[in-house]
Design a protein around this ligand. Structure first.
Ligand code: ATP
Ligand code: MG
Length: 500
């Protein structure tokens, strides 16, 4: 009579759990907690644990533990084959041990550490397609009695339910990842980057972009080279109500003055010798959307007043025309230049600066957000291995260390280049520190024995190559960073025999 009552209770619980498994894929943890709570109650257990196998290192981790010392088990793991749970996982066989002291498989260390006295254990494997993904174990009966075969059979049914919940959750996660990847691809197809970052400082910045996105004010994005200024501009656009309209980019440093003017504002036929037809400028193309003026610090003074007028009155004329054009464009600008200096030197108009800088936005360098380094490195590794089809599993722990201790003068762009090169030269499944080829700074004592001239030349070589590398060998950019003329840089490259 008593058993049939319990059985009815067990059966009802199972039916309830089944319904939950079929309706809830996302929150596996609370579902598993529900399963293990029911299993513990219905087998009259004093404590219980659900352990999961980590397929990378083949260890068992305490995922959920109930009972007076449950929370303390979080920090422990078992090797495959170790302890009762380890044995069950290794042999994919259930086990009843009613007196652990007489069973050599029992691993008493954990119990001692958390001062928990184990007497009996009921443990069953959780199987997905015959592979053990974890173990469900119940410890000690509250009535001091023994676990029996019937308890074991019930627990096996619960373990099956738990395995199903895990399988659903993993499948769900896999599909989510795939959907995210496809969504990213759609973005990428439209020219947007996938934004990666999880440091507190970067999450705060992302939050700020959401707020900024709601306004129509101009934003000046500043920060070192390669920190991701353009990606933040993309984020502001993508989170704004203009997201379905155009996002037009233009690099103000890439074109000489007269071409830049017609590029930005367009021209009419005959405006100059080459103007054989009317042409729409970037501002016109961006109507209703956002324009991103990259390297705004390089815009010539002569164009600055025209730009100021667009910002103030949303009006401009095409080159060679006097007909005013009206546009509704949100302006985002970026620079890695010291604008204060440009203002002092008079190469940048103050009124324009204040208009652009209504909402200043600073992107911190990579060395100040260490948590992002691993995340970004993994992202680039996945992306590059996908593209090159080269099979590389991961970075070795030593390589991760090297990434974390490096100072990243070229920021995220440099990190991307480093990972790309490492993938190409890596000869094993795991990227090693040497594959990264990170330049650690040369100390003066390393030049001992050289003449001053030689030492200076070596330093120059090293230093210039580093700047070239971090700027993707764009000489104009590198020359700017070095504070020298481009022509002089070309000469140095030849003289010092620098190669990519
Ligand atoms: N948060 C990020 N997530 C993913 N990739 C990033 C991120 N930040 C930067 N990158 C990568 O680094 C590269 C450089 O970023 P970006 O062009 O935005 O830098 P920048 O600040 O505009 O540099 P510069 O001043 O030299 O133009 C991008 O092409 C992108 O691949
Ligand atoms: Mg840029």
């Amino acid at each position: 009579m008593l058993t049939s009552k319990i059985d009815a209770k067990r059966l009802n619980t199972l039916i309830e759990i089944n319904a939950l498994i079929n309706s809830n894929y996302k929150d596996a943890k609370s579902l598993l907690t529900r399963i293990i709570e029911s299993a513990t109650r219905l087998t009259m257990g004093e404590a219980s644990s659900l352990l999961l196998v980590n397929s990378e290192n083949n260890k068992l981790y305490f995922e959920i533990s109930l009972g007076s010392k449950g929370s303390e088990l979080k920090n422990f793991s078992l090797n495959m084959g170790e302890g009762i749970a380890g044995w069950v996982a290794k042999n994919t066989t259930s086990l009843i041990v009613n007196d652990v002291d007489t069973d050599p498989r029992f691993f008493s260390e954990i119990g001692k550490k958390i001062s928990f006295n184990t007497k009996s254990i009921l443990a069953v494997p959780m199987l997905i397609k015959d592979r053990c993904v974890g173990v469900l174990e119940i410890v000690n009966r509250t009535d001091g009695g023994y676990f029996n075969n019937e308890d074991l059979q019930w627990l096996e049914i619960f373990a099956n339910q738990a395995a199903l919940a895990i399988q659903n959750a993993r499948e769900y996660q896999r599909i989510r990842d795939e959907i995210n990847h496809l969504q990213d691809q759609i973005h990428v197809g439209k020219g947007f980057h996938t934004f990666v970052g999880k440091s507190r400082i970067i999450l705060e910045k992302l939050e700020l972009t959401t707020k900024i996105a709601r306004t129509n004010s101009s934003v000046l994005i500043v920060g070192e080279s390669g920190v991701g200024k353009e990606l933040f501009a993309e984020q502001i656009h993508l989170q704004s109500s203009r997201k379905d309209k155009a996002f037009i980019r233009i690099n103000c440093a890439a074109l000489p003055e007269n071409l830049l003017e017609s590029e930005l504002f367009g021209h009419v036929k005959g405006a100059f010798t080459d103007a054989s037809s009317d042409r729409r400028g970037r501002f016109e193309l961006a109507d209703g959307g956002t324009i991103f003026l990259d390297e705004i610090g390089e815009i010539p003074l002569s164009l600055q007043s025209k730009l100021l007028r667009v910002i103030q009155n949303k009006v401009f004329e095409k080159v060679g025309s006097s007909v005013p054009m009206h546009v509704d464009v949100r302006i985002l600008a970026a620079t890695n230049k010291d604008m204060e200096k440009a203002l002092e030197q008079g190469t940048f108009r103050r009124d324009l600066y204040y208009r652009l800088n209504v909402l200043p936005f600073y992107v911190p360098p990579l060395r100040e957000r260490q948590e992002d380094i691993t995340e970004l490195a993994q992202f680039f590794l996945k992306k590059i291995t996908r593209e090159t089809k080269k099979h590389i599993r991961d970075f070795s722990p030593a390589a991760i260390d090297a990434l974390l201790t490096y100072s990243w003068p070229g920021n995220v762009r440099e990190l991307e280049n480093v990972v790309e090169r490492a993938v190409l030269i890596a000869s094993a499944e795991y990227i090693q520190p040497e594959d990264l080829m990170l330049q650690t700074s040369n100390k003066p004592e390393e030049y001992r024995g050289e003449t001053l001239k030689n030492a200076v030349n070596q330093f120059k070589k090293h230093f210039i190559k580093n700047v070239l590398d971090t700027n993707g060998w764009k000489q104009t950019k590198a020359a700017q960073e070095l504070g020298i003329q481009r022509t002089y840089l070309s000469k140095l490259i030849r003289e010092l025999n620098l190669r990519r």
